[in-house]
Design a protein around this ligand. Structure first.
Ligand code: ATP
Ligand code: MG
Length: 400
């Protein structure tokens, strides 16, 4: 059953939230297709949009790569392998029974049929398609059962330019296509939280670059590589991420030397925000993104979060602020970051963290202490010597 591109496999993609967009819908669609084509670049697959749906046509050999790429596409609510056939009752019924057979082989035992008919010249209306399709399936697969309330799968029949039949829909990543919501700078540590925060902003359509503060030799080369690996994982969804690595040893030592110990984490956080804002402004990024979550650790009380951002003007987005740690971990696993995030290379904050940190700093106190650190020159120097590497779709980054 070849489709019009001469490729035997077809996938149907359903757009996600972009169906809600009014005037901007075309722009969102354009970006979604661009991202889809970029993800499919090395698969030999072709894309064709049609009436609120997107179709991907692939060879049998390329199918595995195509499915893997679709599982990384932000902006679709779901996708399914689809049978495409002529608009005759015989062909449609045949496609229904074949699809049901695949569902059966996958262990599914209950189904219902949903039918849509944009071409009204097809001889059956949607009720007719449902009842005849159901009867044909039960005839061939008597162990299957119809369950209209809680079916294990829905077999969809869509009569459009051709007939499309699919079951077993895969859930898409949802959200909005990356590249439709401005650009932000993610403060990426080697931990669990910040990669998840980055992914969440990507899911809202934001293009994300990342900065990692490195305190060599207090933090190891392995810790830096871990951050790079996390950037690489994010780039699988982001279609490319720039990772800036900023040497922060001198700043951290200055904080250790001159600040009262309980304040060191808050002040270090302020220095990171300060430096990240300067980097964002230099590179045209519009906000900062962190993995902070309210009260998760001492530096994340509402007071200390306020201190951390008190000197900067750019908005700081904290998509995890109200999330439970277990939910963050689940998300980290789902995006494939967890195994890397838990590798045991300590982050700079852990090494320098005080025994009894200040829990409720005030901007007045923290700013006075920050001034005394006289960090401007050190931060400028750190930015001057920072390195950047570009990660593209999960391929190792190239340094420049
Ligand atoms: P994570 O799991 O992301 O490391 P965390 O729970 O360990 O977060 P902190 O260590 O307090 O929390 O860091 C809070 C946030 O500050 C991180 O989510 C990250 O956005 C940023 N951050 C911390 N350390 C670094 C670093 N070395 N480089 C870049 N950003 C950092
Ligand atoms: Mg951390």
């Amino acid at each position: 059953m070849e489709n019009k591109n001469g490729l035997p496999r077809t996938y149907l993609l359903k757009p996600g939230e972009l169906t809600l967009k009014g005037g901007n819908k075309r722009e969102f669609e354009r970006v979604l297709i661009r991202n889809l084509e970029a993800l499919l670049r090395f698969t030999g697959a072709a894309v064709s949009p049609a009436q609120g749906r997107y179709f991907v046509h692939s060879s049998e050999d390329g199918a595995e790569k195509v499915e893997e790429a679709l599982s990384r596409l932000i902006g679709i609510s779901g996708w399914a392998k689809t049978r495409v056939c002529g608009k005759t009752p015989e062909e449609v019924l045949h496609a229904c029974t074949e699809t049901a057979g695949e569902c059966y082989a996958a262990g599914i035992r209950t189904f219902k049929i949903e039918a849509r008919r944009t071409d009204k010249s097809f001889p059956w209306d949607s009720y007719g398609i449902r009842s005849r399709g159901g009867a044909a399936i039960l005839d061939v697969w008597p162990d299957l059962r119809v369950d209209v309330h809680k079916p294990q799968t829905i077999i969809n029949v869509e009569i459009r330019d051709r007939a499309y039949v699919y079951g077993m829909e895969h859930r898409g990543l949802r959200g909005l296509p990356v590249g439709t919501a401005g650009r932000g700078l993610l403060l990426l540590s080697g931990g669990i939280d910040s990669p998840v925060a980055g992914f969440m902003m990507l899911s809202r359509g934001m293009k994300v670059d990342a900065v990692y503060f490195h305190a060599y030799p207090y933090t190891s080369e392995e810790a830096r590589q871990k951050a790079a690996r996390l950037a690489e994982i994010l780039s699988r969804y982001a279609l490319g991420i720039k990772l800036y690595t900023v040497g922060f040893t001198a700043v951290q030592l200055r904080v250790k030397e001159r600040a009262p110990e309980p304040w060191s984490t808050v002040l270090l956080r302020m220095a990171m925000m300060d430096c990240a804002e300067k980097l964002a402004q230099k590179t045209g990024l519009k906000c900062l993104i962190t993995g902070e979550s309210l009260s998760q650790v001492a530096s994340q009380t509402i007071e200390n979060l306020t201190c951390a951002q008190s000197r900067i003007r750019l908005p700081v987005l904290r998509p995890l602020i109200g999330m439970d740690k277990e939910d963050i971990i689940r998300k980290s696993e789902a995006i494939g970051a967890y195994a890397t995030s838990i590798l045991p290379y300590a982050d700079c904050c852990v090494i320098f963290s005080p025994l009894h940190p200040v829990l409720r700093g005030t901007p007045r106190e923290s700013e006075a202490l920050y001034e005394k650190l006289d960090l401007t020159g050190l931060i400028e120097e750190a930015l001057r010597t920072c390195t950047v590497e570009t990660h593209r779709e999960g391929r190792p980054g190239r340094q420049s």
